[in-house]
Design a protein around this ligand. Structure first.
Ligand SMILES: [Zn+2]
Length: 199
């Protein structure tokens, strides 16, 4: 069967959002009837529902769906996971990369599931600090590992486009648990590994 991309939207929510977005366009001084804007309220309504779909998703269930018993206890790292989220203060995007590591304690999970957990929490209205700890907590809850580390580097459009206009500033947040918190050597090894470029 051919791959089919499906997106489903709640009809009532979509229609209600469309009405509000039309008002917003008018309040901003636009002619909501002009050709280029006629379908904009519908596109915005669908885009915002897509961007906030994480509210309907359960990160721990996703991790548990690919949880396997495994006796390895070496650090597992997935780095440079693309991330797109929305700042809850300005409803403007922030985007960047997440780096995740954990040390298994009897269980591992599918590597792609870690990337999906990033999406589950990124696709909500967020602050970068909370996003970082929510990812960490979900991994902790599902896998009970010996340690978890999450580092996020992101650029915030609310800083780049408005106000202070700092185009090149990158915000880095981190959260550590277990071995990464208690053992400096382990934490430094992780930080070295995520900052080194693959040759
Ligand atoms: Zn902001």
């Amino acid at each position: 069967m051919a791959y089919r991309r499906t997106e489903s939207y709640d009809q009532d929510v979509t229609e209600s959002l469309m009405g509000h977005y039309k008002s917003i366009l008018q309040l901003l001084g636009e002619d909501a009837q002009r050709e280029g804007l006629q379908k904009t309220p519908e596109r915005m309504a669908k885009a915002m529902q897509f961007i906030t779909q994480g509210y309907q998703q359960d990160a721990v269930a996703i991790l548990n769906s690919a949880r396997f018993e495994e006796s390895v206890s070496e650090m597992v790292i997935v780095k440079d996971i693309e991330l797109y989220s929305m700042c809850e203060h300005h409803l403007l995007p922030f985007f960047g990369k997440a780096h995740i590591a954990y040390i298994p304690n009897g269980y591992i999970t599918g590597l792609s599931k870690l990337a999906r957990v990033v999406d589950v929490f990124a696709r909500r209205l967020q602050v970068q600090e909370r996003l970082t700890t929510q990812i960490l907590d979900a991994i902790k809850e599902s896998l009970s590992p010996l340690g978890v580390a999450v580092v996020i580097e992101a650029k915030h459009l609310c800083m780049m486009m408005r106000g202070v206009s700092k185009q090149n500033s990158v915000t880095t947040t981190s959260a550590f648990h277990g071995e990464f918190l208690n053992n400096t050597r382990t934490r430094n090894e992780f930080l070295k590994l995520i900052s080194s470029k693959l040759s």
